[in-house]
Design a protein around this ligand. Structure first.
Ligand code: OSB
Ligand code: MG
Length: 370
């Protein structure tokens, strides 16, 4: 495929429910959408960046800059046989994984259309439905959080993840556990603690949690190993694993027993599949995380989540958990049994609603070979 043009857009979609984590509150989902044009086809991808560099170092502006000035020029007008060739082209561009993931996803979509195959088939997925959970932010009161959990459990979500931060942790989770004695429950600290706070996690150790996600700093593999050794509950890493080899090192050090695989954080679907494989070969289960993606990013995540070692419910919830109106049609819907269908279409493009994309676009640029 020879890329004739690449269209970049910043979109801003109001979230139905503000999402508060240990690093801040988001009312709007921003993303950079990438549309690649070749042979009369359009492939779509999403870089699900945030407006501030709080989850990782990227923002809407950095993703725009790196895509426009470095990643797109490295592929525009060139012949590419397969999306995996991108990584060789970008060897010299350090990090900026969400920006890379956005363009890579668009190329996977284009490739799927050219091959007439679904993304699931191309990536090696084996299931046509995946189990999903829901990730809930910090609420003003525990009673508010309990009500939120009730509504999502009633819809069929199979597990609930709640955000914690210093001051909103053990007592909140204890009360939740009391209200929902058998609910599969896990917590996500988004790197808000240090090993000196180990007592917080020891206190949660008998609340029967599925896992504690990213309790410590993103560069603290050694301290995570110390913490994991003190807990029965599994530690799951998110922010700390930005490359497949990070997963290998974390497993070898004993830093975690579960890995959250997010294509955006890892720099794309190819790196996500590799991370899945690294974990599978070491007997470590993974699950598919999310970045509040629009349907465009979510469909690709669902295809990924159908690989065999995705053995725990993912943060790939239904469209209506995030938005009044998603950018895809039909939207992602939850079956009352707590599963979501893996897209069977040829790529993402057939479901993209361009009129809606247009309406939420706040910045746009068409880049052609110069
Ligand atoms: O840590 O998993 C996280 C959203 C934004 C940034 C980081 C995280 C999250 C989520 C939301 O937990 C998961 C979802 O997309 O539903
Ligand atoms: Mg997380």
């Amino acid at each position: 495929m020879r890329l004739e043009a690449v269209e970049l857009r910043v979109v801003a979609l109001p979230l139905r429910f503000p999402f508060e984590t240990s690093f801040g509150r988001e009312d709007t989902k921003h993303a950079v959408l990438v549309a690649v044009h070749a042979d009369g086809l359009v492939g779509w991808g999403e870089a699900p960046v945030m407006s501030r560099p709080l989850y990782n170092e990227e923002t809407v502006q950095t993703a725009w800059h790196v895509l426009r000035d470095f990643l797109v020029p490295a592929v525009l007008g060139r012949e590419l046989a397969h999306p995996e060739e991108l990584r060789r082209r970008w060897l010299h561009v350090r990090r900026h994984h969400m920006a890379k993931a956005g363009l890579e996803a668009a190329l996977w979509d284009l490739y799927a259309q050219q091959q007439g195959r679904s993304l699931q088939d191309l990536l090696g997925g084996v299931r046509d439905r995946v189990e999903v959970g829901v990730s809930l932010g910090i609420e003003p009161t525990v009673a508010d959080l309990v009500r939120r959990v009730e509504t999502f459990v009633a819809q069929g979500y199979r597990r609930v993840k709640v955000k914690i931060r210093p001051g909103w942790d053990v007592e909140v989770v204890r009360q939740l556990r009391r209200a929902f004695p058998r609910l599969p429950l896990q917590v996500d600290a988004n790197a808000a603690y240090t090993l000196e706070d180990a007592a917080v996690f020891e206190a949660m150790d008998d609340l029967d949690l599925l896992m504690v996600e990213q309790p410590l700093g993103e560069d603290d593999l050694v301290d995570h190993a110390r913490l994991q050794a003190r807990l029965r509950t599994s530690v799951c890493l998110d922010e700390s694993v930005v490359h497949p080899h990070d997963a290998r090192k974390a497993i070898e050090l004993g830093s975690c027993r579960v890995v959250n695989v997010k294509p955006a954080r890892l720099g794309g679907l190819a790196a996500a599949v590799q991370t899945h494989d690294v974990c599978a070969s070491r007997g470590v289960p993974v699950w598919c995380g999310g970045m509040l993606e629009t349907g465009i990013g979510r469909l690709a995540n669902l295809a990924l989540a159908s690989l065999p070692n995705f053995r725990l419910p993912g943060d790939v919830s239904a469209s209506d958990r995030y938005f009044e109106e998603d950018l895809i049609d039909p939207p992602v819907v939850l079956d009352p049994d707590g599963t979501v269908a893996v897209p069977s279409e040829v790529g993402v493009a057939p479901r993209v609603r361009r009129d809606r994309v247009e309406r939420v676009t706040v910045r746009r640029e068409l880049i052609r070979p110069g």
